[in-house]
Design a protein. Sequence first.
Length: 450
Amino acid sequence: MSTRITNFRKSKEISARLHDLIPGGAHTYSKGDDQFPELAPAAIEHGKGAYVWDVDGNEFLDCSMGLTSVSLGHAYRPVLERVREELEKGVNFQRPSVLELTTAEKFLALVPQHDMVKFAKNGSTATTAAVKLARARTGRKLVAFPGNHPFYSYDDWFIGKTAVDRGVPEEFSRLSVTFTGCDIDSLRSLFARYPDQIACVITEPERSTCVDGCECRSDPAGFLREAIEVTHAHGALFIFDEMVTGFKSAFPGSMSKYGLEPDMATWGKGIANGFSFCALTGKRDVMELGGIRRTGAEKVFLISTTHGAETHSMAAAVATIDEFAGKNVIAHNQSLGALLAAECARRVTQSSLGDFIKVFACEWMPTFVFSDREGRPSAGYRTLFMQEMIKRGILFQGVFIPCFSHTQEDVRRFAGCFEESLHVYKSALEHGYEKYLVGEPAKPVFRKIL
């Protein structure tokens, strides 16, 4: 039987203090208390490799790896050594660091479809910059994205189309239009509804659920190829948001995996092993609109951030790229993801719970859906399973993000705790999750009412 973690005393104390000083208690809503069961760590003290320790000293196998941003492992030595070396030289200067050229050349070498790159500190900055370039290039206003995808930016062009649109003027919300992800007919209909008005389509190139039960029929490349053709035929630009897929689905991402050429792509999570480093890449005729060499042309004010090219973050990106290139990180990560999905799916079948727990066997992000007795996805049952995994030392939220520090032993540990948690789940289906869950179910990030 696995370890049982029950002590969260310091976590409860620090949680109250966090909420007194920080709206939401964290600096991204995905880390908030309302995303976890009551019996869960409120704050992490440190991490090493594939493990983290909370303020109460509890050890957990990390499944989300910094919201998918840590691709090699926490405190990964080769990255830290490269960062320390750069810190001794200073981190920010009045003119560009020579490292900006080095990093740009190294990153663009991974993306031969694109000619130029702009660095930033967070993904929302990059996606919003891509949207601005598309509007400048086409002279159109509307932005199209899948309404059934979770997140593209905290800026108004995206948030205005979600349930949490308070504070976003309706005029801004009307400038965004949505279609069903991976559904080419839905995209065609959108262009027909707004002829000559859509500046760009921005979408994640693939999701973990594309492996089964998706509108793309497990063929994201086919959908993307056709979607790019449709978009270009209507005079709009196509943008890959590789924030999640980058350095996971392939190296560097899905556009290389499928040999596709979007006009622009945005990158972030995973490309610098957790350090704050994001990028926008694109074709020269689009990206140069944000430059200053076109004398006499109207200027486009693109990304302009004081901290966008801090040297230590670029050093982390360079070191991460070198590790991926030299150690075949993708193969390691995906082999563990495939193994974990297979082991968990086998246990679900053996437990006769296949009607209630779905395992999406995406090798770069195994994903789990938990349903109630009627087969409907349930926040209550999902939160119960999270509680049981956390109790057993697995910091789990419904996905597993393989990193280079994860091992087969970690997969076996996850699978063993998963099997134990299935027994609780089975009893909960008979008696109701309320009998077993401490506190309230986790809540959606994008909800109208708190």
